[in-house]
Design a protein around this ligand. Structure first.
Ligand SMILES: Cc1ncc(COP(=O)(O)O)c(C=O)c1O
Length: 429
């Protein structure tokens, strides 16, 4: 653990937290511990590590020093108590729910999410016997109405992927409190630089670190951050955390580890058994990416608002859905929850519908047509034929990914070059 003063500002913490100079070599860049395993001092030391009685490293599927540095950095930036890094954003979703769910239990999920997450929750989770109930996130009452005695969590995105939708984290967190269940917020599109969801009532925050956090489209990863605030011990709904564990000699996670119970369980059982650990190399790339997160996010957001303003006035554009625009129904929510800008991913509807949308992908030059977002490069995508393809048309429309929708992820290039590329493509339609 570093000895950093957590009263430092966000930019300082983004650079320093979790990554003190290496005590052995003095290396200023945090080392990549590219190893599977760690040598035990003796048999007693090994036994105490395996019994969770001593802190330390055993095997990189459970914990690794480079990955632990990333966990510490992101827990600090989100204001959380502990974190568990995973191999991808999707595995973070599964890992976040693993301590909470058993067959027959339900989670209430916003229907405005990244399409892959809707698929994961609507289809694959069914195979575990986990039932996802989808509701419109625009009104916290819809979550309240969906609560049952089997509900074990609520899952939302702070800024919904694909476009410009801001979720009322505070309002929905009140519903979660009433139901005695945790609120999980996917904060990928906002990052902690724009939104600290724990301050608004989130109990658990998840990220695809693949996006803005690593920042350059070169490392898959995910993370689950625990606020440490949910009272697992006083709640009979979560026996994995509040009842004796048969695997660790009757140890009760909530009793032994207190506000670190959820994070300890996530390493000692979820990562151990599901095996979706983040590689040290990807953790290192992401650690470096986060050092420049505030600078990049400032540029992403200022470019995005300029581009959105330009597009809103363009004769070939039907509509622009970006919470940074006064015209957006989410403008006020954006001002409340997003302190440094409305992000850089948003959607537009091009006149001429589906056909024009497809042509637009072909006509742009600076933009890359890829299934990613949050890269320093500007990216373009047609969600209905790609990321949201597996959804029904009804699900696509309710997720903001109808047939005419184009998603833009505005990069950090010169804004006049981004605008000029879009302008030439639109004028050819
Ligand atoms: C908001 C959001 N959450 C989760 C994911 C899944 O992340 P990954 O691709 O790292 O598995 C994505 C991917 O696009 C996303 O946009």
């Amino acid at each position: 653990m570093s000895k950093l003063d957590t009263n430092f500002g966000f930019n300082t913490l983004a650079v320093h937290s979790g990554t003190a100079p290496d005590p052995t070599t003095g290396s200023r860049s945090f080392p990549i511990y590219q190893t599977t395993s760690f040598v035990f001092d003796d048999a007693d030391h090994a036994a105490s590590l395996f019994n969770l009685q001593a802190p330390g490293f055993i095997y990189s599927r459970l914990t690794n020093p480079t990955v632990a540095a990333l966990e510490e950095k992101l827990a600090t930036l989100e204001g959380g108590r502990g974190a568990t890094a995973t191999s991808s954003g999707h595995s973070a979703d599964t890992l976040a729910l693993f301590p909470l769910m058993t067959p027959g239990k339900e989670l209430i999920v916003s229907d405005k999410l990244y399409g892959g997450t809707i698929n994961l929750m609507a289809k694959s989770f069914k195979k575990f016997g986990w039932e996802a109930i989808f509701v419109d996130p625009d009104n916290p009452d819809y979550f309240r109405k969906a609560l049952t005695k089997n509900t074990r969590a609520i899952f939302i995105e702070s800024i919904a992927n694909p476009g410009g939708i801001i979720t009322d984290i505070e309002g929905i967190s009140k519903v979660a409190n009433e139901g005695g269940i945790p609120l999980i917020v996917d904060n990928t599109m906002a990052t902690p630089f724009l939104c600290q969801a724990i301050d608004w009532g989130a109990d658990i925050v998840v990220h695809s670190t693949t996006k803005f956090l690593s920042g350059q489209g070169n490392a898959l990863g995910g993370i689950v951050i625990d606020s440490g605030k949910f009272p697992w011990r006083e709640n009979s709904k979560y026996p994995s955390l509040s009842e004796p564990s048969s695997e660790y000699n009757g140890l009760i996670f909530a009793e032994t580890f207190g506000d670190l119970a959820y994070t300890m369980y996530s390493h000692a059982i979820s990562l151990r058994d599901l095996g979706c650990s983040q590689s040290p190399m990807n953790a290192w790339i992401t650690l470096n990416g986060i050092e420049t997160l505030p600078l990049r996010m400032e540029r992403h957001c200022s470019n995005a608002i300029d581009v959105a303003n330009f597009l809103e006035k363009h004769s070939s554009v039907e509509w622009v859905s970006y919470a940074g625009l006064n015209s957006s129904p989410y403008y006020e929510l954006g001002k409340k929850f997003l302190k440094n800008g409305a992000g850089s991913v948003f959607t537009i509807g091009v006149k001429g519908g589906y056909e024009s949308g497809i042509k637009m992908l072909e006509y742009v030059n600076l933009f890359s047509h890829v299934a990613n977002l949050g890269d320093s490069h500007s990216l373009i995508l047609h969600p209905a034929s790609t990321t949201h393809r597996q959804l029904s048309e009804e699900q696509q429309i309710s997720a903001g990914a109808g047939p005419e929708v184009i998603r833009l992820s505005i990069g950090i290039e010169n804004v006049e070059d981004i605008i000029s590329d879009l302008d030439q493509a639109l004028s050819r339609l």
